[in-house]
Design a protein around this ligand. Sequence first.
Ligand code: TMP
Ligand code: ASP
Length: 247
Amino acid sequence: LKGYKLPPGGKVVRKLDKLYEGKAKIVYTTDQPGLLIQYFKDSATAFNGKKKGTIEGKGAANVRISAYLFEILEKAGIKTHYHRLLTEREMLIDRLEMIPLEAIVRNIAAGSLSERLGYEEGRRLKKPIVEFYYKRDDLGDPLLACQHVLELGLVDGVQFQQLRTLSLQVNDVLQPLFAERGLELVDFKLEFGFRDSEIILGDEISPDTCRLWDKKTGERLDKDRFRRDLRRVEEAYQEVLKRLASS
Ligand code: TMP
Ligand code: ASP
């Protein structure tokens, strides 16, 4: 067993069993009720797991990028599952009852939105769009309309609106933050869960789950480099970390 010091008072949290292993992270239980450890891997997948690979240093970069962004969001009054960093690849988080939805916020057309609407990549949207996808690998994570979400019973109507509002609030915090670092926040994915009956932001926010374009050069500094077989994938993650850390 590995113990980590928890400030203040030096309380130690111990990692227990693997609870869940996903494509990019592993979640472990701890000896503290309601607290989990999220471990960030270097492995990467795309296109519903059809493309697989390793991005050296990704886990260590993403855990720090996520921690930094969660701290900023908390300061802005948005509740997240994040407690603190524990090691180079691990963060302590609240246990949430996850909602099997991916909330995507888009500021600029790219990826599947470009295909759906026939917009060239890079076209700015009139206002941010929020979409919900059903987290079901066997169905290929389909796009859902509000009524589909309600039919599935994943949340009620009030909670659906809360998910939309929270997603847009996150955008309102993150878009200017990245802009100050010379990065365009093109789009990003969020996952939410329940802590008691309250909706809390979970999962991660990193170049795996955001599209980030250099404002000057238009260079992609995110997982699209892996998805689209571009060079310098590792460097992109390090560059985002560097820009966030240097202020
Ligand atoms: P998309 O254009 O492929 O729909 O992706 C939109 C955004 O969501 C992009 O920033 C990448 C992110 N994303 C994930 O984090 N996980 C996923 O499984 C998918 C499909 C997209
Ligand atoms: N990681 C996801 C998958 O493998 C998709 C993606 O991020 O492109 O399905």
